[in-house]
Write a protein that binds this ligand. Sequence first.
Ligand SMILES: *Cc1c(COP(=O)(O)O)cnc(C)c1O
Length: 501
Amino acid sequence: MTEFKLNAEPRVVEPTVFELSSPGRTGVSFPAPDVPLADLPERLLRTDLPLPELAEVDVVRHYMHLSNFNYSVDGGFYPLGSCTMKYNPKINEDTARLPGFTFTHPLQPLETVQGSLALMFTLQEWLKEISGFASVTLQPAAGAHGELTGALIMRAYHQARSDSKRVKMLIPDSAHGTNPASSGVVGLNIVQIPSDPRGNVDLEALKAECDDTVVGLMLTNPNTLGLFDEHVEEVVRLVHECGGLVYGDGANLNALLGILRPGDIGIDVMHFNLHKTFSTPHGGGGPGSGPVGVAEHLAAFLPAPLIGILEPATDELPPLFGYETPARSIGRMKAFHGHFGMIVRAFTYILMHGAEGLRQIAEYAVLNANYLQARVRSTYKVPYDRICMHEFVAEGHIEGSDIQALDIAKRLMDFNFHPPTNYFPLIVHEALMIEPTETENKDTLDRFAETLIQIAEEARTTPDLLHQAPHTTPFGRMDEVRAARELVLCCWLPENYGEQE
Ligand SMILES: *Cc1c(COP(=O)(O)O)cnc(C)c1O
């Protein structure tokens, strides 16, 4: 048997800025002082700061080189399930950088920022139309922050009715981890609802939990298996009948654009992920944008301020946009107006596509996922095997081999593919969650499917090739156990840092 050896050594040894440093090199030249020189107090001057000394060009090349180690949507296929890593059109970047937007400040007088306010107002209106909700806030910073906002609104709604018994948030077992996390932050008790054999919310289990202590249900539809809940109207009805509200996790809205409006099937409150559905960039932790839409009965609780029309248009003048505070607002969720740059990008994307274009996005996203699923399902088991929406979940193990989802994910990197999401959702054994998005063409999908099929063959014939993958990336397989046990949270520092001379 070939020895199983972890391959954690970097193949490209990149020096750090400290190693590149050479005494006396400098990246800036200060202008001659135009004030008299004065001595600084000795005790404020530190001599033990090990700052690297480099020329500007060395710094630029160093970080440019590091950035080339990153994988990106612009660099290749990124089928990271649940994340909707679609191509971000570059026109979004152009509009977000228009000086009229970048050189404004949120504390400027209203009359001087009417363009920015008009854009935000219009996006609120479009999101209302797309989702079927009565009112929308653009404040939340990301999906999880939208969930927190929604959970606070749901709690405020029950409290306003003096319905104080309600403490339970029902969450299906296929939910994203942020759902229980954000409900937990609000102090609610989380009750998990199992899925049935077709991947829907188990109706009997739901009925058993529906009582007068339910705050609501958090429903992702299509869910994280990429499946549309076949009884969604029944699920909504059951929760409403016991006085609860239904929160829609809108991360998967890409599958529904222009086809189904969540507000129309009775969802009470939902977040959008502008950085997923509406192509604003994400990865590496942000910034994102997670607007929240609510039905009429929750509109009074939205965070303030919303963008509204203070004075309607007249024959001579355009409307005057400004800020509105809903009557029972839960308060502010974010400084100023949320991530304005993301709002401009999403606005551009929606404007560019129009209503027909948005519907096509959903149609192609669903078509691409079903095409891929059909191509790989005879090689990789798809446990909930039915027509999927914009993504599907396969099992990442191969009969007759010890290959796991992780090995398959790492091997895909050798072919310049970003791995799919793995080990999520938790209800699928060795999950590989694949979301191609609408922006990939058939050639890419074919190449990806053929690579997955080849990897399954390698699993049987040359398993060590997979155990030790990736082979072509700047860094090899990391020792994840050691990384977790011997966590190094500090940046790299010279060995003698902190030692007194
Ligand atoms: C991405 C995602 C979230 C969280 O959104 P963030 O913007 O990452 O905070 C929640 N639910 C689902 C299903 C998601 O895919």
